[in-house]
Design a protein. Structure first.
Lengths: 113, 112
């Protein structure tokens, strides 16, 4: 298994542009998490899905952020419009089920200029 | 929601010495406590985990202890080596909502 796959690995965009981050969880995993990592705020949980259904999005910072999971093998995190303060590493993680170990993808380093 | 606090934020140890990182959590219903290691520029990777029905778990040089009454858990690394240098994160998973919340991280430096 290739593990959790995220794309792109790096993204540089101009302020105001739409950004879409993608995640393919490990096959058979039912839970998916999106995290944002910065030096100042550490690892913040943005949103959590179970069986493709958003369970908790209380960590999504603003309406500019949205996430979807149309099927068990794909999820997206969209920022529209992007701002410089959104610059961070965004990680996706998946778990075989609720209460089980989560495995992280390689992350997407987003820079908004 | 769950609040996980982690101390210290930085830790420098001499090679061969032990390192201890401590975490507390707020949700008494939390029942799963993993520890992750993150090397510079890489993803967090699970190194050990413990569930609430166990008080201690060991894997070679790494051990984790859990005190449910006090709501705290600790990571112990013995005989530290330079390759143990990294950022370590503790986490707690809610017993009802299954949200995985992380501590702020501890930067461990092992001096040769």
């Amino acid at each position: 298994d290739a593990g959790v796959i995220q794309s792109p690995r790096h993204e540089v965009t101009e302020m105001g542009q739409e950004v879409t981050l993608r995640c393919k969880p490990i096959s058979g995993h039912n839970s998916l998490f999106w995290y944002r990592q910065t030096m100042m705020r550490g690892l913040e949980l943005l949103i959590y899905f179970n069986n493709n259904v958003p369970i908790d999005d209380s960590g999504m910072p603003e309406d500019r952020f949205s996430a979807k999971m149309p099927n068990a093998s794909f999820s997206t995190l969209k920022i529209q419009p992007s701002e410089p303060r959104d610059s961070a590493v965004y990680f996706c993680a998946s778990s075989p089920g609720q209460g089980l170990v989560a495995f992280f993808g390689q992350g997407t380093r987003l820079t908004v200029v | 929601g769950e609040n996980v606090e982690q101390h210290p934020s930085t830790l420098s140890v001499q090679e061969g010495d032990s390192a201890v990182i401590k975490c507390t959590y707020s949700d008494s219903a939390s029942n799963y406590f993993p520890w992750y290691k993150q090397e510079l520029g890489k993803r967090p990777q699970l190194i050990i985990d413990i569930r609430s029905n166990v008080g201690e778990k060991k894997d070679q040089r790494i051990a984790v202890t859990l005190n449910k009454t006090a709501k705290h858990f600790s990571l112990h690394i013995t005989e530290t080596q330079p390759e143990d240098s990294a950022v370590y994160f503790c986490a707690a998973m809610g017993g009802s909502d299954y949200k995985l919340s992380f501590g702020a991280g501890t930067t461990v430096t092992v001096r040769a």
